[in-house]
Design a protein around this ligand. Structure first.
Ligand code: GMT
Length: 376
């Protein structure tokens, strides 16, 4: 099949999932066209059946806001025609589903019918999309999609609760390529460069937005470090970083906390991590937690949104209420204080993550595309 994938090209989870999906589909023989404003961060290889088409938005002084949706929908029309694209798959409803729908309509005028799949990722529903300024357009474009998927049962329920949805929503969870971890195994894991032998390494990875509550992450770590020797690796960039750095200074733990910035080497960091902290207020799935788990890193998370569908209580880690700093620290210590327990959780985390193998999930998307093409 010839499939266009529209996504955000940044470090955000939706862009990562879209890119990994496209690459997996290309390995299964499909022709994939990524259409966005920059080459996606995880798209390191282009090939004969993986193409990237950049959306350019010319700046014009009259416009206070440059019309990206217009440029994207025009690009979609042109690329669908040029490459004979059969299916359009947009990730993150805003504004991609809206732009996709416009492209569909323009193509229909020219006698070309192209089905559109919209995948909902989280904040497009729970935060941004739910804002009254966007809600009518988001509701419309979800309902106008030929197929809608969400990355967790919890996100599906949120969508049905928050919007008036007429479409069926199919849950297709996020995934990881298990074979990549079996082959690589990171034998060159340079743990000694990051911490002393008897120190535990705790990691947090996110886009440091308010919804991640990264100050809670620092506070949980503060409680843990009172009892055991440990370090905290904060990986990512975002608007809450400065506040978290200030908190680290205030608590006097600067020598134990490292802010590593955005990284292309997530697996390398996770290979020397003993525990992953995810203290989010909301999380539709928690791809970062899944990536930690497949690297054998147990997860202490909040019990919000789709996290209970990923992190198994008492098996791959623990889940606590949002804001329960003391509870999360206690659970973390119960894992870290005893090496045998830690090893058991590490193994379990990997096993639970293996249930989300790419080979189980990608065929679900293929089936959707086939169903749509058969209908059209
Ligand atoms: O805020 C983020 O984590 C980025 C955001 C995105 O859309 O890029 O992530 C959302 O989608 C991810 C991939 O499906 C999910 O794993 C994240 O849980 C979800 N984030 C939230 O719901 C806050």
């Amino acid at each position: 099949m010839r499939i266009a994938i529209v996504c955000y090209p940044t470090f955000g989870g939706s862009g990562v999932v879209a890119t990994e999906l496209g690459l997996a589909l290309s390995r299964r023989g499909h022709e994939i066209h990524f259409i966005t404003y920059k080459q996606p961060v995880r798209l390191d290889q282009l090939s004969s059946n993986v193409k990237f088409h950049e959306v350019h938005v010319p700046k014009y002084p009259l416009f206070h806001y440059q019309p990206y949706e217009l440029a994207l929908s025009s690009k979609l029309v042109n690329m669908v025609k040029l490459h004979d694209i059969e299916v359009l798959h947009v990730h993150y409803a805003i504004p991609h589903a809206y732009a996709g729908y416009m492209a569909k309509k323009m193509l229909e005028e020219q006698g070309i019918h192209i089905p559109m799949v919209t995948t909902l990722h989280g904040t497009d529903i729970t935060l941004v999309g739910n804002h009254p300024f966007y809600k009518p357009a988001v509701t419309f474009s979800i309902n106008a999609s030929d197929m809608v998927t969400s990355v967790s049962e919890s996100l599906k329920q949120d969508t049905l609760d928050l919007f008036e949805i007429k479409n069926d929503i199919k849950v297709i969870p996020n995934f990881i390529d298990v074979s990549k971890y079996q082959q690589k195994g990171f034998k060159d894991c340079q743990r000694e460069m990051m911490a002393e032998g008897d120190e535990k390494i705790i990691t947090h990875i996110s886009n440091f937005r308010k919804v991640k509550r990264i100050q809670d992450t620092v506070k949980v770590f503060y409680e843990i470090q009172k009892k055991i020797k440990c370090r905290l690796m904060m990986v990512g960039e975002g608007p809450e970083k400065e506040k978290a750095e200030d908190l680290v200074d205030e608590l006097g733990i600067q020598d134990k906390v490292m802010f590593l910035g955005q990284s292309h080497e997530i697996d390398k960091i996770l290979c020397f991590s003993d525990l992953f902290l995810l203290t989010s207020k909301r999380e539709s799935f928690g791809l970062a937690a899944l990536e930690a788990m497949i690297n054998g890193v147990p997860v202490i998370s909040t019990n919000t949104g789709g996290l209970p569908e990923v992190n198994e209580q008492g098996v791959s880690g623990y889940l606590c209420d949002v804001g329960d700093v003391k509870g999360m620290a206690k659970r973390a210590l119960s894992i870290l204080s005893d090496n045998h327990t830690l090893q058991t959780f590490k193994q379990n985390a990997r096993k639970v993550a293996e249930q989300f193998d790419i080979n189980q999930i990608v065929p679900m998307y293929e089936d959707l595309y086939t169903e749509l093409l058969e209908k059209s």
